[in-house]
Ligand binder design. Structure first.
Ligand code: UDX
Length: 427
């Protein structure tokens, strides 16, 4: 089938390349001409495992990038909205980019004869597709949703770094459509993936995405709360979590306690759902607690540090790990950010190392010392805080020898070295 994908960020570009890989023809639409050029040259503007190879294979053949909405909509049967939905300062969802994309698609639909389906894949709060996107499409196209064009919501469940693997091996595909006709057409796209399609309405599909992410975030904050209690009782929380994970109703995944969750999704999505709940007059106590535990957790690293070495003024402290998780250069909502801010507030001298994310963190903290290796970052330090679960940190051992004092506070249970003064955040 012929598909157009609006937005070539990590969701849009992964969606486009995977659709091409399962046999569809895809037009990627982006307002950024540089991105369009890169994609047409087979060069992904973002890092994602396996994306480069796929784009090389299909760019100029099954994938064409353009800034031209009219061309893309006219030459496709289905358009996916895969643009960003950032948080505003209060943590509520900002839908301006979604609205702009819907308006541009509507304007293109006005000039196109024949039926077309518009699918929202961006993570949007419940009611957005029906109450915001659909009316904009009707108003901009002068056409009627239903008879003239279809509307659906098809959330993604992609983990950064594993997005292609997750797209090609879904445990569920959710299609929330305004009618059977649109639902059938969107479902047809996914037939090669041989995965059961959950057909529902748009608002249910929107809520499935938020409930999925919010539950995963809740598991992590639960693990952190239990970890904080276990630490005071000299209980190994990882032993506890391994045991409860054997309960089929719990599963072992996402019970790793530590410095908390970061990323462009969990914090944003939980806060957006909190905002939506309050908008309809409900106080989401549990969801607010999930965020509160997650915001406190990283500062427990610096509290522990001060308990161990007292005043941090002019002391050299190493931060190992800047990315929000291993195998990515993404620092969005990284738990290293509040930790570095607090170290600087307390007058510490910070040196940092991360295999991929240093360049991105320089935009946030230009004045700290970035080193090319863990060893260099640890040289002369009075303490070290481990913030990201990079596999290479498991191998660190002699690198700690260069420290002035060998205190290592581990926020990710990743350090195996033993000739150090080791302290786990919740263990
Ligand atoms: C997440 C969801 O997994 C994905 O399904 C959704 O579509 C987007 O959001 P992502 O944000 O890429 O994906 O990262 P994920 O691998 O889920 O980890 C999120 C954060 O939780 C990371 O900061 C990680 O360090 C942390 N985490 C994860 C824990 O602290 N403990 C755990 O047990 C698991």
């Amino acid at each position: 089938m012929k598909v157009s994908v609006i937005g070539s960020g990590y969701v849009g570009l992964v969606t486009a390349t995977c659709f091409a890989d399962i046999g569809h023809e895809v037009a990627c639409v982006d307002i950024d001409e540089k991105k369009v050029e890169l994609i047409n040259a087979g060069v992904p503007p973002i890092y994602e495992e396996g994306l480069g190879e796929l784009l090389q294979k299909y760019a100029g053949k099954k994938i064409l990038a353009t800034t031209d909405y009219d061309y893309a909509v006219r030459n496709s049967e289905i358009s996916f909205i895969c643009v960003g939905t950032p948080s505003d300062d209060a943590g509520n969802i900002n839908l301006e980019i979604v609205k702009a994309a819907a308006r541009s698609i509507g304007q293109a639909l006005a000039k196109k004869a024949g039926y077309h389906v518009v699918v929202v894949k961006s993570t949007v709060v419940p009611e957005t597709t029906e109450k915001l996107v659909l009316p904009i499409l009707e108003e901009a196209s002068g056409k009627k949703a239903g008879p003239d064009f279809g509307v659906a919501m098809n959330p993604e469940f992609l983990r950064e770094g594993k997005a292609i693997e997750d797209f090609m091996n879904p445990d569920k595909i959710v299609v929330g459509a305004i009618d059977e006709k649109a639902g059938k057409i969107v479902s047809e796209l996914y037939r090669p993936l041989d995965c059961e399609i959950t057909l529902t309405n748009p608002r249910t599909a929107e809520m499935i995405k938020y409930a999925n992410n919010s539950f995963l975030a809740t598991k992590i904050s639960f693990a952190n709360e239990i970890g904080n209690i276990c630490k005071q009782l000299d209980i190994d929380t990882y032993e506890v979590m391994q045991a409860i994970g054997k309960d089929f109703r719990i599963s072992p995944a996402f019970l790793n306690s530590g410095a908390g969750f970061g990323g462009s999704c969990f914090p944003k999505d939980v806060k957006a759902l909190i905002g939506k709940a309050k908008e309809i007059g409900y106080g989401p106590t549990l969801l607010e607690a999930v965020i509160s535990v997650n915001e406190t957790q990283p500062l427990m690293m610096t509290d522990l540090l001060r308990k161990k070495i007292g005043d941090l003024k002019d002391k050299k402290i190493t931060v190992l790990g800047l990315a929000f998780k291993n195998d990515t250069d993404d620092i969005r909502e990284s738990r290293a950010i509040p930790v570095i801010a607090e170290l600087l507030r307390l007058g510490a001298e910070v040196s940092a190392y991360d295999p991929l994310a240093a360049e991105n963190m320089k935009k946030v903290f230009p004045a700290i010392g970035y080193r090319k290796s863990a060893k260099a970052a640890l040289e002369g330090a009075e303490a070290c805080l481990v913030m990201t679960e990079w596999d290479e940190f498991k191998e660190l051992d002699s690198e700690f020898e260069g420290m002035k004092e060998k205190l290592v506070i581990d926020g990710r249970r990743i350090i195996k070295a033993r000739n150090i003064d080791y302290e786990g955040l919740c263990w």
